[in-house]
Write a protein that binds this ligand. Structure first.
Ligand SMILES: C[S@@+](CC[C@H](N)C(=O)[O-])C[C@H]1O[C@@H](n2cnc3c(N)ncnc32)[C@H](O)[C@@H]1O
Length: 179
């Protein structure tokens, strides 16, 4: 039986890595939530007074956000080879959680404005022992986020580890700033 990928609900709390470093994003600056899903992170930052840009191939779970002030929704498949849809824009915060498509990694790094912050967490190699994602295309290699952001951004926090809670998984996570 095929496993159904977990779909994070809008009312699920933001991950602790995002909560821990949210204050690093300049007050009132626009936050881009890449592959936002139901936008649990975009909603979190919007509630904190940040304008947000919500980007996903599937925007059906954020239609309730469309009419709100300070919300821009970008419906785009990032994996078609088309140019990054936000190339003229840089953001005070760029948040990516549980998404990896290597060709857009340079665009994600470039989207961080001077003084801005990248907060990124997703699954890493070794996670296949615990379940999905197990496809190496969707699993970061050791230290891959470090390599991806340097030297453009300065790393202020990084983890690359197996964890037991809330579920057994291998995760990599980074916070990096553009000085
Ligand atoms: C595991 S969910 C994570 C959602 C959200 N970041 C969170 O943590 O709650 C992965 C998200 O990536 C989006 N996604 C998958 N393929 C995509 C693509 N080609 N272009 C843009 N978004 C995509 C999915 O629609 C889904 O919302």
């Amino acid at each position: 039986m095929a496993l159904t990928p977990h779909r994070y609900a809008a009312n699920e709390p933001p991950i602790s890595w995002v909560r821990r470093f949210a204050d690093r994003i300049p007050t009132g600056g626009t936050v881009l939530d890449v592959a936002c899903g139901a936008a649990r992170h975009g909603r979190f930052f919007h509630a904190r007074g940040h304008p947000v840009v919500l980007l996903d191939v599937d925007i059906t779970r954020i239609t309730d956000m469309a009419s709100l002030d300070g919300v821009e929704i970008v419906a785009r498949d990032l994996e078609t080879g088309r140019p990054w849809p936000l190339s003229q824009q840089a953001f005070a915060g760029v948040v990516v959680v549980n998404y990896l498509h290597r060709p857009v990694m340079p665009d994600i790094v470039a989207a961080v404005a001077p003084g801005g912050v990248l907060i990124y967490e997703t699954f890493a190699i070794g996670n296949e022992a615990f379940g999905r994602p197990a496809n190496p295309d969707h699993l970061l290699r050791h230290e891959e986020l470090l390599v991806a952001v340097r030297p453009e951004l300065r790393v202020i926090a990084f983890e690359d580890l197996e964890e037991r809670e809330p579920h057994p998984a291998v995760k990599q996570r980074i916070v990096a700033v553009r000085d």
